[in-house]
Design a protein around this ligand. Sequence first.
Ligand SMILES: [Zn+2]
Length: 451
Amino acid sequence: MVTAVINGKAVLEHGVASVSLILDGGKIRAILAPDCDVSALYPGCGIIDAGGQYVVPGGVDGHVHFGGFGSVPIADDFYTGSKAALAGGTTTVVDFCEPGEGEDPLECIRVRKDFGRDSAVDYALHYTFTEDYRRELPRIPDILDQGITAFKAYTYYPRTSLLPGDFRNIMEVIHDKGTLLVHAEEKSIIDCMKERFHPESSDMTALSLTRPNIAEKIAVESVLAIARETGTRLCIAHASSRETAAIRRRERMAGNESFILESCPHYMQFTRKSMEGPRGALYTMNPPLRAREDADALMEAVLREDISILSTDHCPYSKQYKLGTNYETVPCGVDGVQTRMQYYFSEAVLKRGLSMEAFVRMTSSNAAKFYGLYPQKGVIAVGSDADLAFFDPALSWTYTMEDVAGATDYSIFEGFPLRGRCTRTIKGGEVVMENGVVTAKKGSGTFLFTK
Ligand SMILES: [Zn+2]
């Protein structure tokens, strides 16, 4: 069935325009001038009146963890995580597969795709290298065959800590085949810092203090040097410090566009102050929350578009697994996929004057381009998927637990006042969320090949 979205301010690649969008067969079929009589051109078509709201491409969140992982269960699986995503205007996510001890890479991908069968958003996957990467590297052709060209590696994490030499080995193989997302924190700095804290400290600020800015800075400079040497397209995951923002600025001024940053709302909004006291465990993630100067520098970097991809690292755990732990045992990760676009629409666009075009680049187009999903995703253009989100700048509201569309039992954004609201999400030409009510069917999402 043909649907026409009329009376919207569509954020197109080259500006905001009052147009009518014709959706058909899951795609955007035509973009028409507002005075075109769509009922005459497409007799019997369904009409959605956007009421003058902004219409943007469905969001692309380049970094989520929907279910699985380690011994502590992540609160959201692919279906509940999808519902949260759709409630906030995001229609595409990039999740991860990471082989277990001795597990064959293809088996791990098969299991993850099986998990993804419940997804109601379209999804792609990163392949994460482990410390056993020498066994995984020869399987790269098979991994590529599975539609995965997005790779991820850590400088420091259980089972996945890699040294500069390892990064060089990996980048020499993948540099002409895909992209590399790196979790960058220098292990030796953190190990030394941990000696200064009681290992069972329940003071969660220890998590932040043992992982100082300098740990991120050293790791970023190190992988950047190797990426430059090998010609690898590098994205630093969840940039959390003013130093990392400054490195990107320096590289951007020098014209290096194959090095980009991803960051997440929590690093711009919260500081390690939130980690004080008995509820501090609810604000734990890696890298950790830092100082106000870092949060402000990162928001400044968003306004200058020094951060290319605004993701979430959505990885929520129920309170029961967070509270009563210590800084070494707390499962790290917070929610974000639902509030991501709402947060930047409120805090960057409406409060700080970011343009809608820039908002769209950072919340969808850039991630779609980096992961080779563009122009199927990340743009309102003829032939692109009919994935859209409506944003009403006139609505102000407060995010509460009643708004949570996923399975988390708390949100770091609970009680947060937001300006502007995502009122409708369309995926594949179908309305899947209206005024906070998600109607998408389990399993309606599809796996996307990255390129
Ligand atoms: Zn992550």
